[in-house]
Design a protein around this ligand. Structure first.
Ligand code: NAI
Length: 332
C-alpha cells in the first residue's frame, strides 16, 4: 500500500518512517497539493497525506479519484481545506488526527502571552547589545486578569487549565459547555460578553463558514482598550486589515498569531532571500507589539510522534476496512 505525502518537510519523513509499522511504501513530495500537481499523482497511490495548506478542492479530489486514491489523510486536526462534499461524491474517505498533544498548542498560546506581556523578545535582543535598560519593558501580572477563551475543545480546555494555574479569571464561549471546566470555576458567556470583559483573548475554535472573520472591526470595538489577542487556531478567524487598524490605534495592545489568513504563500518556507509582496504580513511584522510564528504551535516531539502514529494507524485501518476511532474519520 502506498501513501504519497504533500507539503512534506524533512521532519515529516523522519517521524513517519519511524512510526511505519505497516510496511507502507511512502513517497514524500515537498510541493503542496493543488490543481497544479494533482495530475502527477500516479495510479497505485492508495492514500495522499496532506497538511494545513494543501488545497483539496472538488477539482483536485476528482483527479485523485481518477488516479485511484482511496483515502485523504490530514496530518492535522483542522479540515477547512478539504471539500468534504466532493470527497463524498467521489467515494474518497477522509481522515484526520483529531487530538495530538493539545498541550503543544495550548502551551504555545501561553508562550505568546508571556512573550508579548513581559517583552522577552525585546529583552533578548537588548541584552545581546549590552543594553540593560528596562525602559519600555514593563508588563503586568497575569494573576487576577480576565482571560477570554473562544472554543473550549481539546486545546481550549488545556489552555483554560494552564491560565487558571496563573491565577487568572477564565471566561469562555463555546456552544458546547464543558462541565469539568465549570466545576473548576470557568464561566461560560456569550461570545460578545467574553470579548467585552477579557484582558486577554485566545482563539481555540475551528474555522467554519459561520465564524470566518469572527474578529473584525465590530467585534474589536466591543473589546477592552489594550486587549491582548492571541490566535493559534486558523488565520481566517481574524480580519487582518481590521486588526492592523486596531493595533495602529492602540485598541489592541499586543497580537500573537501562529496562523495567518494568507499563510499558504508564506509559512513553512524559508523566504529570507525573497521579496514578500503581502503588505499585511509585512505591516504586522513591523509592529513591536506583534509576535508572528509560522504555524509552529503543534511542533513538539510528542505531537509529531502522535500525528505519525495516529495517521498511519487510521490509514491502515481504512484501507483494510477495520474499525476506526470515530473522531478520526470525517467521511467513511
Ligand atoms: P476541538 O474540535 O476539540 O474543539 C473546538 C471547539 O470549538 C469545540 O468545542 C467547538 O464546539 C468550539 N467552537 C466551534 N465553533 C465555535 C465558535 N464559533 N465559537 C466558540 N466555540 C466554537 O478542536 P481542538 O483540537 O481544540 O483544535 C482547535 C483548533 O485549533 C483546530 O480547529 C485548528 O484550527 C487549531 N489547531 C492549530 C494548530 C497549530 O499548530 N497552530 C494545531 C492544531 C489545531
Amino acid at each position: 500500500m502506498k501513501i504519497l505525502f504533500f507539503s512534506a518537510k524533512p521532519y515529516d519523513k523522519v517521524f513517519f518512517e519511524r512510526h511505519n509499522h505497516y510496511a507502507f511504501e511512502m513517497e514524500f513530495w515537498e510541493t503542496h497539493l493543488g490543481p497544479h500537481i494533482a495530475n502527477a499523482v500516479k495510479p497505485g497511490t492508495d492514500a495522499v497525506c496532506v497538511f494545513v495548506n494543501d488545497k483539496l478542492t472538488a477539482e483536485v479530489i476528482k483527479t485523485l479519484a481518477e488516479r485511484g486514491v482511496k483515502v485523504i489523510a490530514l496530518r492535522c486536526a483542522g479540515f477547512n481545506n478539504v471539500d468534504l462534499e466532493a470527497a463524498k461524491k467521489y467515494s474518497i474517505r477522509v481522515c484526520r488526527v483529531p487530538a495530538y498533544s493539545p498541550e503543544a498548542v495550548a502551551e504555545h498560546a501561553v508562550a505568546m502571552i508571556l512573550t508579548l506581556n513581559r517583552k522577552t523578545h525585546k529583552a533578548y535582543n537588548r541584552v545581546r547589545e549590552q543594553n540593560f535598560s528596562l525602559t519600555g519593558l514593563m508588563g503586568f501580572n497575569l494573576f487576577g486578569k480576565t482571560v477570554g477563551v473562544i472554543g473550549t475543545g481539546k486545546i481550549g480546555t488545556t489552555f483554560c487549565k494552564i491560565m487558571l494555574g496563573f491565577g487568572c479569571k477564565v471566561i469562555a464561549s463555546d456552544p458546547f459547555e464543558n462541565d469539568e471546566l465549570k466545576l473548576r470555576g470557568i464561566q461560560y458567556l456569550p461570545f460578545h460578553e467574553v470579548i467585552k470583559q477579557a484582558d486577554i483573548i485566545s482563539l481555540h475554535c475551528p474555522l467554519t463558514a459561520e465564524n470566518s472573520y469572527l474578529i473584525n472591526t465590530s467585534a474589536i470595538s466591543a473589546m477592552k482598550n489594550g486587549v491582548i489577542l492571541i490566535n493559534t487556531s486558523r488565520g481566517g478567524l481574524i480580519n487582518t486589515k481590521d486588526v492592523i487598524e486596531a493595533l495602529k490605534k492602540g485598541k489592541i495592545s499586543a497580537l500573537g498569531i501562529d496562523v495567518y489568513e494568507q499563510e499558504q504563500k508564506l509559512f513553512f518556507k524559508d523566504l529570507s532571500g525573497s521579496i514578500i509582496t503581502d503588505d499585511d504580513i509585512q505591516r504586522l511584522i513591523s509592529f513591536p507589539n506583534v509576535l508572528v510564528t509560522g504555524h509552529q504551535a503543534f511542533f513538539t516531539e510528542e505531537a509529531l510522534s502522535e500525528i505519525a502514529e495516529s495517521t498511519l494507524l487510521t490509514v491502515s485501518s481504512l484501507l483494510s476496512n477495520k474499525v476506526i476511532e470515530e473522531d478520526s474519520v470525517l467521511l467513511v
